[in-house]
Ligand binder design. Structure first.
Ligand SMILES: O=P(O)(O)OC[C@@]1(O)O[C@H](CO)[C@@H](O)[C@@H]1O
Length: 408
């Protein structure tokens, strides 16, 4: 089976944003029925509205707002935020070209981001009433964190405790990488991603370059831009502990989302839940949790939640204060599929476009750890592409392949 990729007509929306803007790589839209992007808007978002509706005893006003949102995203055109909303002006600017047009004709990245903003609006997350700040995805995140799979993953750490540091480092890097498959948004319609071969599934492996950038004993700061909470954030935190323990970094800044986003994206509350889960676990995991708890207290681990992490924009458009933060660290590690799309630009790139070219704008060395869950991919070698195409299947989007890409 050859997978159907998203339609990307050069309709004028396309080539105005993202790294290497002006190159001939159209922005991904969602208006090709059967494409991955179309499926997210046509099926995943409506299913998500239903899941959220079922998970909370919302009142009539919220149900009506969810009904209206469902109708709008499936049959209507993109409506702006009400002028009374705190971020009305910001979204009026970001959405100027798309309001009044079908959702499916807006850039895929923009449409998804705005959908999550509107969903939060519908359930009164930003209101002044009792539902203010109630994370609509919290029940799903909590259930995952409590699950037996996490117990098993934490127990497995005991076996790694005495492994040589290099072997442990590699295993923990891969755990963090493949942890990205655990994405609750991805599972709304796809089910559990088929198990990938946790080594053979790598389509690019710049792991050696990553470790070269993190020599033991370096008194540097590393930034980690988190993706999902729960089963992804736990191995991210364990990797962070390893970096600190073995002096690959003196300090880690963990960037999370300031509000609920893409279902399971991590916020500060999720970091706290994961740290507690680790600290309360027996064995090696408990020790890691304790060290990380202390690292928060002594400033070796710091959590930040910049609003730009929920912006519908590629990282090339990052604000100056965030640019300065990334410029000040020895390496920025970006986790997950959405961060990858924002890093290289959500476009149908020629898959052999060098990763280094598209990330040249990024302020400092950058590493992407990502399982493949959308159409965007760059930096492949011809022989890898040939093998993937020969294998057939939805290799770009099924979450069964992964990559470690690094630009020094
Ligand atoms: O960033 P993550 O959690 O790895 O992935 C986010 C994701 O599930 O969301 C999009 C669909 O909604 C896809 O691009 C991608 O697969």
């Amino acid at each position: 089976m050859t997978e159907k990729t998203s339609r990307t007509p050069d309709d004028g929306i396309a080539n105005r944003s993202g790294p290497a803007a002006g190159r001939d790589a159209p922005v991904i839209l969602s208006n090709q029925p059967g494409s991955f992007a179309w499926g997210v808007l046509a099926k995943r978002h409506p299913a998500l509205i239903q899941q959220v509706r079922d998970a909370f005893p919302y009142g009539r006003r919220q149900h009506e707002a969810l009904d209206a949102l469902l109708d709008e995203i499936t049959r209507g055109v993109v409506e702006p935020l009400a002028p009374s909303e705190h971020d009305h002006a910001q979204w009026a600017d970001w959405g100027r070209e798309y309001f009044g047009r079908p959702w499916f004709d807006a850039p895929f990245l923009w449409a998804e981001s705005y959908f999550y903003r509107r969903l939060l609006g519908a359930i009164e997350y930003f209101g002044t009433g009792p539902w203010q700040g109630i994370d609509p995805f919290a029940p799903f995140k909590r259930a995952e964190l409590r699950g037996a799979a996490v117990d098993e993953e934490l127990r497995a750490l005991d076996a790694l405790a005495d492994a040589p540091p290099d072997e442990r480092a590699r295993a923990l890097l891969h755990a963090s990488l493949w942890g990205n498959r655990a994405d609750l948004g991805f599972r709304v319609t796809e089910g559990e991603a088929a198990p990938g071969d946790a080594t053979g599934g790598l389509v690019v492996d710049d792991g050696a370059v990553l470790w070269q950038l993190l020599p033991a004993g370096a008194s540097t700061t590393v930034a980690v831009v988190a993706d999902n909470a729960g089963r992804e954030l736990i191995p991210d935190l364990i990797l962070i502990d390893h970096l600190l323990l073995h002096r690959h970094a003196e300090r880690i800044v963990l960037h999370v989302k300031p509000r609920p986003y893409f279902v399971s994206d991590a916020m500060t509350a999720d970091v706290v839940d994961c740290l507690r889960r680790l600290a309360e676990a027996p064995g090696e995991a408990g020790g890691i949790g304790g060290r990380l708890w202390d690292a928060m207290a002594n400033g070796c681990l710091e959590v930040r939640a910049h609003p730009f992490f929920c912006a519908p924009l590629p990282y090339e458009g990052m604000p100056e204060d965030l640019r300065e933060q990334f410029a000040a660290v020895s390496l920025t590690v970006l986790k997950g599929d959405l961060n990858y799309r924002r890093l290289v630009g959500d476009r149908m790139w020629d898959v052999m476009t060098p990763f280094a070219d598209l990330t040249a704008y990024f302020p400092g060395a950058v590493a992407a750890l990502r399982t493949l869950k959308s159409d965007v991919i760059v930096g492949l070698e011809q022989k890898t592409l040939d093998a993937l195409e020969r294998g057939g299947g939805a290799w770009r989007t099924s979450g069964t392949r992964a990559l470690v890409q690094v630009r020094r």
